[in-house]
Design a protein around this ligand. Sequence first.
Ligand code: EPZ
Length: 418
Amino acid sequence: MDKIVIKGGNPLKGTVSVSGAKNAALPALASCLLAEGRHQLSSIPRLRDIDTIRRIMSQLGVGFHDRGEVLEVDSTRITNHEAPYELVKTMRASILLLGPLLARYGKAKISLPGGCAIGARPVNLHLKALAAMGVDMHLDQGYINARAPRLKGADIFFDTPTVTGTENIMMAAATASGVTVLKNAAREPEIQDLARLLRRMGADIEGDGTDTVVIRGVPELGTARHEIIPDRIEAGTFLIAAAMTGGEVRIEGCLPDHLEAVIEKVESAGAGVKVLDRALEVRGPDVLQSVDIKTLPYPGFPTDLQAQFMAMMAVADGWSMIRETIFENRFIHISELKRMGADIEINGSQALVRGKRPLLAAPVMATDLRASACLVLAGLVAEGGATEIHRIYHLDRGYERLEEKFSLLGADIRRVNA
Ligand code: EPZ
């Protein structure tokens, strides 16, 4: 298995471009099941998770044709309605196929996604909402067997804002008979991006980006051409990396509006951040200030940047309290950071980070996607040799050639085929 080797100490300098958002690309691909024909999606990132959903959709009968920057998705002939456990277990977002398959074909058999490193991650809210829309479901051998002769609009209230839950129901409701009102909906930019794509396909959706989304079912949808929004979590990862290495970096092709909570916290840590139309320029401070953060649904501080921000607080001047409110087990990176000398104390959903320098180079193990990014950032500032990060297949799920992008910014980082 590959590993990444980093010799820390280089401030990051230069310009880096952001890829398309993984968490917008996954629902966009799933939505192509809703309408027969050839869809054109651009800025789809080259990631393991994208490979996984393409494999599952290919097994359903979908054809994929890479045409340079555009990915053509041909959903003309669907021959199968089952997403197998072997693939779903590697990517929980496969649950996003459930809504579109039911909307188009009235049936689906999807392996119930298990938990993952960061938490149990149930899909009960997805299933409860689909049941309200007339879907008959039963669990058999770990698979959700779902049938719906005709989806009907419903009034749905989510106990908690769920990103893929909101996306699944938006797709299911697009051609349902009647109106679906989704309350306490998630507000993430990726949901707004999906709504834009669905409207291009002919859907009647409003309120996306607020906590109430209204979807009026239409008889059928058509194909569309769509460009995926930039990845705000990748952009935020570079923002934090530049700040914590005391560097000077221009982050091209991002949407600063999607990062307001993160920019505010990075500035509070002492970095200078210049906001441009589709770019950010960040200059790291000589001394990082400690800052408290609490993760929240959008537009609050994103849980997907909590681990990366913690790496920066580990070398800041002072103590910071980091509170994780979205997932119940998203502190796994802390044990690895402590092996690098970080002084962090966990107390339930809160972690007290006593900033100190230096972090010390060490062999560490990635456990999940964003924990991997956290360890890369820690390696960029660690002293005393080379940090080796193992099990980086986790990293490749959500970052496109991350080590190459950091290397172009002056980091001493390389991937080693172990
Ligand atoms: C999406 O996951 C993202 N994944 C996650 O990114 C992200 O961390 C998460 O949203 C929160 O922003 C994709 O978009 C593919 P949720 P999702 O449903 O939709 C609870 C990454 O690193 N919940 O918004 O699965 C759940 O347990 C990944 O790119 C239920 O209880 O997350 C959690 O506590 C990691 N029942 C909270 O809601 C449900 O039916 C938010 O989860 C659904 C969710």
